[in-house]
Design a protein around this ligand. Sequence first.
Ligand code: PEP
Length: 256
Amino acid sequence: MADRTPLIAGNWKMNNDHLEAISLVQQVAYRLEPEDYERSEVAVIPPFTALRSIQTLIEADKLPMALGAQNCHWEDAGAFTGEVSVGMLSQLNVTYVVCGHSERRALFGEDDATVNRKVRAVIDAGLVPIFCVGEPLEQREAGEAESVVDRQVRAGLEGVDDPASVVIAYEPVWAIGTGRTATSEDANAMCGYVRDIIADLAGDEAAETVRIQYGGSVKAGNAAELMGQPHIDGALVGGASLKADDFAVICRHHRG
Ligand code: PEP
């Protein structure tokens, strides 16, 4: 059995200035014990403007937390007003970069090809993509959830030599920020489905190793059950990661 340490990552979206960000990370750290960090990897994903502050805090206080960014551009540098390169993120000791979040796909026009460029740029820079896939409600209701996810996974990983080096976040769009969560059985089944695609793309060992998170209204009250599912290797957490108490409970899910 491969060691798939769960990754609990808090995606703060466009919330918290750099001072609020420092306070939130301090509050989360205060609530976690060394054992919690041993059982799960904990990451915070603040807006760009807080990355430097959180990097400094993590290093100064030796917090065993990883830092993530919510987006990147795929080029190294150039005339791309408003964009941030992976190299810039790497200089801030960012480990994870979210690629293809459903809000970026739906609100900012990112398609599978764009997401694939970002995934490859992140890997090329030695960082780890948190590559998001998931079906909108209409497609789920039309029975197309699997085909949508199949397309997204294969397109997003095109040209990626080692898909197991990517963290995949299965996030059904209808469950993000809505308070609706997939049942643990459904979430596990879809994560297992993604794992089968990885087996098809890269073999059984890659499928056994790749970490597949669930995301979509993960909360203090449902984290333990979701994380207990065999195909779910952690959570990408939006709203609940903005509250230290809730996020800490999710990070401590192994305590039951
Ligand atoms: C997310 O932002 O990826 C997410 C899953 O949000 P929420 O937990 O609020 O549904």
